[in-house]
Ligand binder design. Structure first.
Ligand SMILES: Cc1cc2nc3c(=O)[nH]c(=O)nc-3n(C[C@H](O)[C@H](O)[C@H](O)COP(=O)(O)OP(=O)(O)OC[C@H]3O[C@@H](n4cnc5c(N)ncnc54)[C@H](O)[C@@H]3O)c2cc1C
Length: 408
């Protein structure tokens, strides 16, 4: 059954660029656009910047070494404020990450709208010219020369009708596991720099009489604190594009984290005083849409260290696939490689750029570039390309820039 609605939608404003989603990719893009003098609006459905970085309690800051731009700036600012280091020397405090991002984007004159949810892409033929969103004020439209899809899931591109890949040949059951991260307090001093916590969890699960869901769990403390996150729950074979499936996965994650917390405090002497703080308000989805672009990153590209004239990111992080078959991770090294702007431009479409984990690539390539340092860098540099295209009044694919990617 369907209903047809006849809607009149007010236009909130006209912008050079609208960025949907304030994760690492969206923050990078908005920062570059703002710094380049573009009138930029960033909309985000939660009430902070950072996306999975902050709302999702993701740590550590992978692939943050030797990068230019926002990644370098954040590392330096977090370090000098005493909120960086600890686990693998690259972990950070979530609240300070939110704070520094907000400060930067405000300084760059980016207009930010929190608690605002994207609902539909405005498109004429294959040219995107804006979006419709909703918030406390109701439904509204925003017009823009370029719309950035930084939703992680490629929601804007999908709404525009852009083709995408999912799992293996469209089978979502092959997508990587989902994880509900959870914060714990009162971490014993001896584990203040973190712990691969499998042996402990396996032992307490045996005592608790349940099957352990994942074999490579980590306790990741926030630097200079006694609290941190446990990366443990693993939910397999849920459809990342189905609301009911995401709800069921979240509930399964909550059951898993309660089991883990109760078994640890009951059966492990070292963790008897551990405190459960909260689970993340967003489910961690590692893999969903991969929007087909003007270029598709292949597995060969990441194994051979591909480089491109229109490079927007430099990636060193290995491929990391959380697969059901071994209740663990299949990881392999990559040859440091670049990602071209073309992998961020949906094939045949204009006025839209996709940045973050949902760009065009094989599953294996995505398993490498999906981490936060890479998403932030590609978003930022794509922002500079788009700003230049708007200034020159040309198509973004005709812009020639030679952006520095490695901090020296
Ligand atoms: C369990 C798990 C653990 C991970 N661990 C690490 C780690 O330790 N280190 C690391 O570097 N990376 C880690 N990653 C990977 C990394 O967190 C993500 O791949 C990365 O954050 C993706 O960045 P993004 O900007 O593409 O999307 P996201 O970070 O997902 O940001 C997307 C943003 O868009 C917003 N949004 C979505 N839809 C809408 C809408 N309709 N309207 C408005 N806003 C919307 C979201 O609220 C969010 O803020 C992990 C991922 C998972 C799932």
């Amino acid at each position: 059954m369907v209903i047809n609605e006849n809607l009149t939608t007010k236009v909130l404003g006209e912008y050079d660029a609208v960025v949907v989603g304030a994760g690492p990719a969206g923050c990078g893009a908005a920062l570059a656009l703002g710094r380049a003098g573009m009138k930029t609006l960033l909309i985000e459905k939660f009430n902070c910047l950072g996306g999975a970085w902050t709302t999702g309690f993701m740590n550590p800051f992978f692939d943050c070494h030797s990068k230019t731009g926002i990644v370098h700036e954040l590392v330096e600012e977090l370090k000098s404020a005493g909120h960086f280091g600890g686990f693998w020397d690259i972990s950070f405090n979530y609240e300070y990450m939110k704070f520094f991002l907000e400060k930067k984007l405000q300084e760059a004159n980016v207009e930010i709208l929190y608690n605002t949810t994207f609902s539909r892409t405005l498109i004429d033929e294959k040219r995107v010219y804006g979006i419709v969103a909703e918030n406390i004020e109701g439904r509204f439209a925003v017009l823009a020369k370029t719309v950035f899809d930084c939703t992680g899931d490629g929601n804007v591109a999908a709404s525009a009708g852009c083709p995408f890949e999912l799992g293996v040949d469209g089978d979502y059951k092959e997508c990587q596991a989902m994880t509900l991260m959870f914060l714990v307090g009162n971490i014993p001093e001896k584990y203040k720099d973190g712990l691969m916590i499998y042996e402990k969890l396996n032992a307490v699960y045996e005592k608790g009489g349940k099957q352990i869901p994942f074999r490579v769990p980590y306790l990741i403390p926030v630097p200079n604190s006694h609290f941190g996150v446990i990366q443990f729950t693993h939910m397999y074979e849920y459809d990342p594009l189905n609301a009911k499936a995401l709800t069921r996965a979240t509930m399964e994650g909550r059951q898993q984290l309660i089991d883990a917390f109760e078994f640890l405090t009951k059966y492990d002497e070292e963790f008897k005083d551990l405190e459960l703080i909260t689970s993340s308000s967003v489910l961690g989805v590692r893999e969903s849409r991969r929007i087909l672009g003007e270029y598709r990153m292949s597995t060969d590209d990441i194994l051979t260290g591909a480089s491109f004239d229109d490079a927007v990111a430099y990636v060193t992080f290995g491929a990391d696939l959380h697969t059901k078959s071994n209740k663990g991770q299949n990881c392999f090294q990559v040859q440091p490689y670049q990602i071209p702007l073309r992998a961020l431009i949906p094939q045949g479409y204009k006025g839209i750029v996709v940045a973050g984990r949902c760009i065009s690539g094989s599953r294996e390539a995505m398993a490498s570039y999906r981490v936060t340092g890479n998403c932030a860098q590609m978003g930022e540099n794509a922002g500079y390309y788009v700003a230049e295209a708007i200034k020159q009044n040309v198509d973004v694919l005709d812009v020639k820039l030679n952006l520095p990617l490695i901090y020296t």
